[in-house]
Design a protein around this ligand. Structure first.
Ligand SMILES: [Zn+2]
Length: 489
């Protein structure tokens, strides 16, 4: 919409009609955007801020078309200063061979410097012999691919980033997000030791977006660190994050029956219903109001719902924000249960575009219709929010909107299972008004209302009328967080 917005002390003071575009007036400045539209700032309701910062610093293998190409990029990145080499984004499904790589492949880059390369989904790690040795693992018994929990020894052996490095990663990443019109991020699986960096950046005025931290709780890390929920304007410790399973690409997603392309496995149950329930009881007892659980496979989703059923029934259970992250594969029997339990589904539309072909093979024809269901969830009355899962996917909200509305896998020209597409208005809501429900901030964000926080995005076209003809032309012209201009084109 076109509008003239007046801002005072970070809040919207007036919204006036404007015929020619968007004007934003603060106490000291006036910004004019002729012909441009304004909407509430976008929320990326599932992302990894430090992860994107690391990715921006690591060797990118994201578009590598072959194993050889990955190896040459890695070799080319080794300098005399390199102590550990980190890379991200390889995907053997994109390679002509499609074979999983090995430690011997990586040993061709270096036999001395430990190399760790994360698969695109973040659930598989490819390492060389030097990295295995550094982690205290016997290389002769290892292929060089470590899945989910098996990565732990390598993570522990790797030198931790210094505080200064973490601060740099946060700033590097958040300054990319504002370019995409994002004013708030639900930051998932946050390590307790990073929180101080976020707080410092927020209080010193350097953080350009709001951050809702969901702290790691898989091994009760938040308890070990003595954390409790805490609130500031730009940085809030909002909730606890758990994992019920892994990812589909590495066959870590926990399915109710065997994988169609590997009948020896149903995936990995990272936390049973009992363990989920006991973790959640501790979380609720400590006064947290928000729980987010990663669940991709239909069995994992069911486990989480079983645990949420118990938690909703607790004396303080009614007002809890209970989220399922990804909710990629929801059994038909569980859709209405999600609604009844008031569970928020936080989905990543671009995963569908990246993984549709892989999902067909992993899941098989019969259960494929349960995958990446968006219209089904919304029509069933479930609150559904959108997030990028950056750095696994691009942090671009426009790309996320396009995926919701078009559902076209990358490299293809037509929609995949088009019945699950949603409208541009629904997609924008998932990134704005609805997304704020997932952190309990809907009472003051997500609409251009007087008294609401002045988190705004100015775009070249009206995002709510996002459709084929303007799809690729939308550009972000400016981003305001808490009433301050944080980005302009
Ligand atoms: Zn994630």
């Amino acid at each position: 919409m076109f509008a003239e917005i007046h801002i005072e002390r970070g809040r919207i003071r007036a919204v006036l009609p404007c015929l020619t575009g968007t004007i934003v007036r603060t106490e000291t400045d006036s910004f004019e955007f002729p012909g441009c539209h304004v909407s509430p700032g976008f929320v990326d309701s599932h992302a990894h801020v430090v992860g994107l910062g690391e990715r921006l610093a690591a060797v990118s293998l994201h578009d590598a078309p072959s194993l050889e190409d990955c190896l040459s990029r890695l070799s080319g990145s080794i300098t005399s200063e390199t102590t550990w080499l980190r890379a991200m984004g390889w995907n053997q499904e994109r390679w002509s061979s499609r074979d999983w790589p090995s430690r011997e492949d990586l040993d061709r880059c270096s036999s001395v410097i430990p190399i760790i390369a994360m698969r695109v989904d973040g659930h598989a790690m490819w390492v060389n012999t030097a990295a295995l040795k550094a982690a205290g693992l016997d290389p002769t018994s290892q292929s060089g691919i470590l899945i989910d929990d098996a990565m732990r020894p390598v993570w522990s052996a790797m030198p931790a980033s210094s505080r200064e490095e973490v601060r740099e990663q946060i700033l590097r990443a958040t300054n990319v997000w504002v370019q995409h019109g994002v004013t708030e991020i639900h930051d998932m699986d946050v390590l307790p030791e990073w929180l101080e960096c976020f707080r410092e950046l927020a209080e010193s005025g350097h953080l350009p977006v709001r951050i809702q931290s969901f702290v790691r709780g898989q091994d009760r890390e938040w308890i070990e660190a003595g954390l409790l929920p805490a609130g500031g304007e730009l940085h809030r410790i909002a909730g606890v994050k758990l994992f019920a399973d892994g990812a589909l690409g590495s066959r870590g997603a926990y399915l109710r029956s065997q994988y169609s392309d590997n009948v020896t496995t149903q995936g990995i149950e990272l936390l049973s219903v009992d363990m989920l329930t006991s973790r959640m009881r501790e979380i609720v007892d400590a006064g947290w109001s928000c729980i987010a659980v990663h669940a991709i496979g239909d069995a994992a989703v069911r486990n989480v719902l079983d645990a949420y059923d118990v938690v909703r029934g607790l004396p303080d259970g009614r007002d809890l924000i209970l989220r399922i992250e990804h909710a990629q594969h929801v059994h038909p029997d569980d859709v209405d249960r999600c609604r009844r339990l008031g569970v928020i589904a936080c989905v990543q539309s671009t995963h569908c575009c990246s993984d549709a072909m892989m999902a067909e093979v992993r899941l098989g024809a019969e259960r494929l219709p349960w995958a990446y269901r968006w219209k089904t969830l919304i029509d069933a009355g479930i609150t559904m929010t959108g997030g990028s899962d950056a750095p696994i996917e691009s942090p671009s909200v426009i790309e996320g909107l396009r995926a919701f509305v078009h559902r076209t896998p990358y490299g293809m020209s037509s929609s995949w299972m088009p019945a699950e597409r949603i409208t541009s208005q629904q997609a924008v809501d998932a990134y704005t008004a609805i997304a704020h429900h997932a952190a309990g901030m809907e009472y003051r964000r997500g609409a251009l209302h007087v008294g609401f926080d002045a988190d705004l995005v100015v775009t070249s076209h009206d995002v709510c009328e996002y459709s084929d003809h303007i799809g690729n032309d939308i550009s972000i012209q400016a981003t305001f967080t808490a009433g301050r201009l944080r980005y302009s084109a």
